[in-house]
Ligand binder design. Sequence first.
Ligand code: ATR
Length: 268
Amino acid sequence: MKKVFAVLGNPIEHSLSPIMHNSAFEALDMDCTYHAFRVEKNNLEDALQGAKAMGFGGLNLTVPLKETALSFVDADPLAAKIGAINTIDFKDGIKGYNTDGIGAKRTIEDEGVEIKDKNVLILGAGGAARAIAFTFAEAGAMVNIANRTPERAMQLAAEIGDARGYGLDIVDKGLDEIDIIINTTTVGLGNSNGTLVSAEQMHSDLAVFDIVYNPLMTKLLQEAETAGARPITGIMMLVYQGAEAFRIWTGREPPIEIMKRTVMEALD
Ligand code: ATR
């Protein structure tokens, strides 16, 4: 019988995870299928128990379930620190992981950019910023967080320990010391055409990564291009966070190129 996997969230209609994972299962000739289910927070515990009872292989969780899930799963240490779960494995109880940060890390490394000992400036202090900040700190990066509400950045930096939190005005004070900028805010999403950093504020040795992938070339990334810096689009983070989940569930090497091609075609 086919092994069933799924992403749970709300809204969920536009999730690219089903086509991405199904393309991977097909490529490896695995008898597995991946679906999307709309689930509200107050039904999450039942949904997890139901999926476990029905022998599901694993789940991804997205908005608004990632934080709530912590109460219902056995969280691995990194996911517990981040405070959010995006991947669930049922092999041994109900185990929770967070692969968002590793997705961002792999995306940047894929571009030939080292993370260890680099000065990273994370814009934003929400869920995505937490995943990236903890993962990058563990990978040996010097983590700086700048947020519209400075207190949230300072709070996150304090939780990490060896990190610094600021308001967005830090950007005006000069980015000479920064090697990698990562935007985790919604600024630049859709038609907004906004950016928190302009070309004039950048230098050409920067790698600039935007986790927003709609549009692929956000205003921030256009500014990076103008500055002669290296723009990195957010789409590979979706692929790599999914690839890590795939690895956890199946123990197999995910077919990254096929997953990437499937997602890129769907975006066209
Ligand atoms: P997620 O979990 O997806 O990261 P979130 O927790 O809602 O989302 O966080 C959104 C982030 O985008 C926050 O850091 C938010 O800043 P505040 O903490 O000050 O709210 C940031 N953000 C959203 N809109 C913004 C804007 N117009 N300018 C600057 N930052 C913005």
